[in-house]
Design a protein around this ligand. Sequence first.
Ligand SMILES: [Zn+2]
Length: 409
Amino acid sequence: METSVVKRFLRYIAVDTQSAAEKDVIPSTAKQFDLAKILVEELKEMGAQDVKMDDHAYVYATVPATSEKEIPVLGLIAHMDTSPACSGKNVNPQFINNYDGKDILMNKETGLTMKVEDYPELLNYKGQDLITTDGTTLLGADDKAGVAEIMALADYLLSHPEIPHGKIRIGFTPDEEVGCGADLFDVAGFGADVAYTIDGGALGELEYENFNAASAKVKVHGFSIHPGSAKNKMKNAILMAMEFQNMLPVFENPMCTEGYEGFFHLDGIAGDVEETVMDYIIRDHDKQKFEEKKAYITRVADYLNQKYGQGTIELILKDSYYNMKEKIEPHMYLIDLAKEAMTDMGITPVVSPVRGGTDGARLSYMGLPCPNLCTGGHNYHGRFEYVCVQSMEKVVELLLKITEKFEER
Ligand SMILES: [Zn+2]
């Protein structure tokens, strides 16, 4: 099983599966079917059951139970698409065997170099084997490392029926990178009690907290009139928009926050005297602070409406997703078992709050509690993406250990 995960990984990153934003269809790009079909074939070949690809490129399969015990059905989920931020076509992986801890020349022609100074975590991989890009594309470890690890585990379990484990359901999703991976996921059909997404970073990462998230569209309605005769008549929407922004807390801004600190982020502004529109996102891990932030921005709108007349500020608040923590907490064994499995293997678990959302968070609210596990990759969505071979092998082992712990529990 040691080498199969790398071979699989190389097969999968050879297939371009880049997704595209703002398409009304899933998958957003038809080429995601290319990988879905390969996975279906491979799953059938290894003897998985209920292998199915639906019309939207979601792939599902079962590794049947080998234990008589009553064990929660465990789901393992990864996404097949790669980020629209960087090309995933003609990926040309570079092997850095027995890495010496120095800067990595990724492309002899362009001279593109990954510097230890910029990516000091490289030093953790001295003596191990890395796979990088040639500096012209992303690598696709996000999340084909996760796909390959799940596939390697499934293959191993199906060829070792003597290992006792419960029923395992496998799910591969399209369009995670454009925020739609959970949209058409068939939670009921999947039939797992709990699941993990395998979509994190360095070995040991384990995540079950993410932001609560909302969007706020602020439409400021002004009144335009010739500036020469505007006295006591003009209402300048641009100036009122600036006043709105200036009333928000200065330091509750992405540029000034980290860890569990939330923020208001002005993501776009466009307008003129007559109408100016601002797009905000609001984020906080803490549910109460999240509600307070929404209440605060509403109060700012109310205040300016009192000052300039009702209807001047139109505020459209919309919740986007919630922190999965409260959905995971009733199933904390998911976290405890993963931590135990890591500790058994000599890996230090690193639990940290995600400053974003995950498909797992959405799935958790759709009824499938779903924390996130590491894949072994780094520097996602760009040309400096790389993955550690030994980490990928360890993740397969980790998944195996977790299934065993499910059975022993
Ligand atoms: Zn991912």
